[in-house]
Design a protein around this ligand. Structure first.
Ligand SMILES: NC(=O)c1ccc[n+]([C@@H]2O[C@H](COP(=O)([O-])OP(=O)(O)OC[C@H]3O[C@@H](n4cnc5c(N)ncnc54)[C@H](OP(=O)(O)O)[C@@H]3O)[C@@H](O)[C@H]2O)c1
Length: 204
């Protein structure tokens, strides 16, 4: 491959949930193409371990501790991103997500568990995109990538009903924002992976 042709040198990205799994792979791939990446997760120890590892690999990655299910922490994260990247963001990857309290039948899901799953997977993706909009617009070539799932379009018997709803909602949000923000030169896409071996899918 012609590396120069595919270089993304100088671009900036926020990838949520980059300490492991799919998010970690996205962080590393973008950073290898020259993108300056900021990421976040809840576990400070794991984040610091990854930041040290990326430094030793000469990858340009910074990070914050942030629970994306929390409104105030999302605002704080975006303030940090705004300051680190001088008000311009080229790529937002809404990756952080969870299966919630474990894969259980819909009849057993409590209202707290429902709210937590919706806040982590869907509300965070909407609110972070909303907060990032001025930064993406300022870039002139903004990109939003939602990490959805095949669970967002199918029906499954494994006790994933609410998870499926969060991903279905993300798909629809992606379609709507792709139209609404096209005039701001912000491209919006959804990626819907099948099952990938990460900590989230260990029970399967
Ligand atoms: N694996 C699959 O088969 C699969 C298939 C389709 C779609 N997906 C989607 O892909 C995304 C990543 O999944 P994965 O399999 O890579 O999961 P994973 O290995 O469990 O990694 C999840 C990442 O998100 C972070 N995270 C989780 N909850 C968070 C929160 N409330 N605030 C901030 N960060 C949070 C985790 O760090 P902390 O725990 O430290 O916060 C971790 O960095 C999810 O949206 C998932 O729904 C996965």
């Amino acid at each position: 491959m012609d590396n120069e042709r595919w270089s993304m040198k100088g671009a900036t990205a926020l990838v949520t949930g980059g300490s492991k799994g799919i998010g970690r792979a996205i962080v590393e791939e973008l950073a290898r193409f020259g993108v300056v990446v900021h990421t976040c997760c809840r576990n400070e120890e794991e984040l610091n371990a990854m930041l040290n590892q990326w430094k030793s690999m000469n990858l340009c990655v910074t990070g914050s501790v942030c629970d994306v299910s929390n409104h105030a922490q999302r605002e704080k994260l975006m303030h940090e991103v705004q300051s680190i990247f001088n008000g311009k963001l080229d790529i937002l990857v809404n990756n952080a997500g969870t299966g919630g309290p474990g894969w259980r039948p819909a009849t057993q899901i409590t209202s707290e568990e429902y709210s937590s799953l919706m806040a982590t997977n869907f509300e965070s993706s909407f609110h972070l995109s909303q907060l990032a909009h001025p930064l993406l617009k300022a870039s002139g070539r903004g990109n939003v990538v939602f990490i959805s799932s095949i669970a967002g379009t199918g029906g499954f018997p494994e006790g994933v009903a609410v998870y499926c709803c969060t991903k279905g909602a993300i798909n629809q949000l992606g379609r709507a924002l792709a139209c609404e923000w096209a005039g701001d030169m912000i491209r919006v896409n959804c990626i819907a992976p099948g099952i990938i071996k990460t900590s989230m899918t260990q029970p399967f």
